[in-house]
Design a protein around this ligand. Structure first.
Ligand code: FE2
Length: 334
């Protein structure tokens, strides 16, 4: 049968009929349907199609062990935040995007340690508790944190300036679910603009900035991992985050302490370190509440599923009834 504008979609969908895994089969057939609809609507020229292929190729080539241009593309198109929102918690701490800089393993650190290894001036003390959604402190939970420095740069962006692991730490809560560490107040920053995603923002007149924030992933036995941020209230770009990640519930005050009382801070940590040498420091209190893990993730949310597809020259969102995912954190297609 001739391949025509009208026969294309059923022909390609039928080619996936024998896919053994029902979830993978449903995703590919939905991808086919929405991608073909997109192409029929846009009617790209051959040069436009070539440009799209070259763009996606450039995105792939920009990825390295320490740079993830595809996550960046997903972020600026709002796909990351849409996926996070679909999979987000219906109780406990609000989740938000992972972002493109969780590229290296955070070094394990003791409570009270500093994640600032370059000696920044805007000292900040972060403390909080990991609790279940019922309020029970979670001992032995892990809190993975990462952030940029005072100049808005992550360690992986400037390896000649910052040692690997600077601005990162993996902490384990104490018997009362508490964690505590020292850092520097983060700055707002531009996402990387020297690659194809930067070119996309430039071509569309969009700015690349993100408001100041600290990233957190809280994990605890029998609980679902929660990926979130603490955004600095009042930061520039709080209303126009380039990756759409800000939520009102994640805005926090980084309170400046006019009269440091170091004892009141270290009292919550059995392993305190020496006080900051500056009298000008900030304090952030940020607690995380991961929700209990559900016994059978495969049976949850059996209604509408959302299939997100990065198409040849754009992104197609679709809502359709698909077989349930086996585990939404496993990102498995089988
Ligand atoms: Fe970030």
């Amino acid at each position: 049968m001739d391949f025509t504008v009208d026969s294309a979609t059923p022909a390609v969908q039928a080619s996936f009929d024998a896919t053994p895994a029902p979830r993978l089969r449903a995703i590919l057939q939905s991808l086919t349907r929405h991608l073909h609809d997109f192409v029929r609507e846009i009617e790209p020229t051959i040069p436009e199609w070539n440009n799209a292929i070259e763009f996606l190729t450039a995105v792939g080539k920009a990825c390295t062990d320490t740079r993830q241009e595809f996550i960046l593309l997903s972020d600026v198109l709002g796909v990351s935040m849409l996926v996070e929102t679909i999979n987000g918690q219906d109780a406990g701490t609000e989740s938000t995007v992972l972002g493109p800089f969780h590229m290296t393993k955070s070094p394990a650190r003791a409570l009270g340690d500093s994640i600032d290894e370059v000696g920044g001036s805007r000292v900040c003390v972060v403390s909080g508790t990991v609790r279940s959604t019922s309020g029970r402190p979670l001992a032995g939970a892990t809190v993975d944190v990462w952030q940029c420095d005072e100049n808005g740069l992550y360690d992986v962006q400037v390896p000649d300036v910052q040692p690997a692991g600077n601005g990162r730490g993996l902490f384990t809560t104490d018997e009362l679910g508490r964690y505590w560490f020292r850092t520097v107040a983060p700055s707002h920053y531009p996402i990387p603009t020297d690659g194809p995603v930067g070119a996309l923002l430039n071509a569309t007149g969009r700015h690349p900035y993100r408001p100041a924030h600290v990233h957190f992933i809280a994990s605890a036995p029998a609980h679902e991992e929660v990926t979130t941020h603490a955004f600095v209230a009042g930061s520039p770009y709080i209303d126009s985050d380039a990756v759409f990640a800000v939520k009102k519930g994640l805005l926090v005050d980084f309170c400046e302490q006019p009269t440091p009382n170091w004892a009141s801070v270290t009292a919550s940590s059995p392993r305190s370190s020496t006080p900051p040498s500056t009298s000008n420091w900030r304090r952030l209190r940020h607690s995380c509440r991961p929700r209990p893990r559900r016994h059978d993730p495969g049976t949850q949310r059996l209604t509408d599923r959302v299939c997100l597809v990065i198409g040849v020259s754009g992104v197609v969102f679709s809502r359709s009834r698909l077989p349930p995912r086996t585990n939404h954190r496993a990102r498995s297609l089988t």
